[in-house]
Design a protein around this ligand. Sequence first.
Ligand code: INI
Length: 200
Amino acid sequence: MAVFEGNFTFNPQQLRFAIVIGRFNDLVTGKLLSGCQDCLKRHGIDVDPNGNQVDYAWVPGSFELPLVARQLAISGRYDAIICLGAIIRGQTPHFDYVASETAKGIAAIGFQTGIPVIFGVLTTDTMQQALERAGIKSNLGWQYGQDALEMAALMGQLRGLTPDYSQSDNKIVPALPVSSPGQLNPTAIPQQQSDPKNQS
Ligand code: INI
């Protein structure tokens, strides 16, 4: 039998990532983003938004992270998606609704699509606690970048093992998309729709 483990010895130029960032508490999420970019860059990923390895999407707050991450995941373009947010407890139960829906939504996308989606969302009681985890003491953004690299490598290995279910009576429908994401599946890149008004 086998032991499966994501390694860091892959050819980094093959990988593609999307990072979705919540603007709410951007003092914190901006620092998480810097830490995450630093990690990816030091593992050989081109983090330039004009390059071809990392795309970025900004959303109003953590609650919107799952919707946009799902849209990116089903495009089939990415080996992993990283969601960055900071949910800080206030005086009302609002925190609990936002935190719970964000966590559930992010988990669901991974299950539904088979694309690893990293839960890079801080949930803290105070701004001080959030800042400590976003650069003052350590920067969890770095860790989230590393988690994305590991999961991209691991899921890449496991996809290579997908059996031929067509030969089996117990058909299992694989999660979407079944073809490899990233540059291994360039045909999955959505084509820009041309405006019919401009057509002659
Ligand atoms: N969004 C966050 O990312 N962090 C928070 O702490 C937060 N609080 O506390 O309200 C927050 N709210 C906004 C929410 O994510 C949505 O953007 C908003 O409700 C619109 O859907």
